[in-house]
Design a protein around this ligand. Sequence first.
Ligand SMILES: NC(=O)c1ccc[n+]([C@@H]2O[C@H](COP(=O)([O-])OP(=O)(O)OC[C@H]3O[C@@H](n4cnc5c(N)ncnc54)[C@H](O)[C@@H]3O)[C@@H](O)[C@H]2O)c1
Length: 355
Amino acid sequence: MIKTHSLSDLGTLVKKYSNVIVVADKNSAKYTLPLLELPKVQTLLIDGREQCKNIDTVVEIWKKFEALHLDRNSVAVNLGGGVVSDVSGFAASTYKRGIPYINVPTTLLAMVDASIGGKTAVNVDGIKNLAGLFALPAAVLIDIKFLDTLPLKEKMSGFAELIKMYAITKKTLDLTYLTYVISAFSGGDKMPLEEAILFSAKQKEKVVSKDFTEQGSRKILNFGHTVGHAIESLCLKKNIPLTHGEAVLWGMVAELYLSVKLLDFPMNEYNKFKAFAHEHYDIPQGILNKKDLPVLMSFIRNDKKNSGDKIYPVLLSHYGACRWDIPVSEEDVKDSIMQLILQEVYKRKLGCSLK
Ligand SMILES: NC(=O)c1ccc[n+]([C@@H]2O[C@H](COP(=O)([O-])OP(=O)(O)OC[C@H]3O[C@@H](n4cnc5c(N)ncnc54)[C@H](O)[C@@H]3O)[C@@H](O)[C@H]2O)c1
């Protein structure tokens, strides 16, 4: 299903549909639309910010589809990052009980993760992905030329999901290799980045193909997301700019801490991961402090990954070996978040990264 370097295939792919609409992110359309090479295609520009990943945007898309008389022989091409593929994928999959859609990811995060696997969703009252459905895209076309205009912060966001994919599927996490991959963001060789994107996209497809509706093994993709989504929701509420990937990165640090405590994940590996995280990412000031703990915990309690009153983050006994069935107490989760808060306080006081 995944095609790389094949934007030129899009023209051929959409030929079999009677009607085509490109749903693109308003903010980046000036960079991304010209690369599509779909002449005279109908386009809808939507506000692709996380705050607009909601039902109002879905209604806006449905109305446009209706105005253009789209039917089940039509296709929506989602051009943008994970917000566009989530919200427009949801709109397409529910419009007239579902029309096909094609994802053309334009962010690193969407290339390695969000555009693949058929999870579509919207946020409700600030709760991430509260409503959504599983509906596979008809195709995913990945082309790294979109990354040329992507801001560094967004590249680093996608890089976090890439780290996740290595951590959950490989027996070792080669931080030297990952540093080499990052160097593509500052003018270095692009080959390793391209390789890593392909690796991640294929791994995701493989995991999804074994458990499409997330009854079991697909849950490993949620590593870092129990705490990460809560941090992301908190920032959304406080209007603090934190990307999805940054939130997941700190979520992974917290969930590795829990893995050390509950599954004997090697402490030295945890320390190396934490040092790598602090070397390449910041927790912006004011995001996490002790008085936010109750709000964070209420987001975590609301998480779809829980069952009853138990919290089920993804834990690792070592890299590549994930467990999603270990109930974790609220106290332990709070403790893992307190560790993040303390690390940030120390880092700020010392003015250096934790090694
Ligand atoms: N469905 C899934 O499986 C899945 C997986 C992971 C994340 N997600 C979701 O994905 C969303 C995050 O997606 P994202 O990180 O791609 O962010 P995003 O869609 O918000 O895009 C990030 C920013 O990059 C800009 N942008 C996009 N492409 C660009 C380009 N080529 N050049 C310049 N600017 C560009 C956008 O305008 C936006 O400002 C979250 O809502 C998250 O919940 C979904």
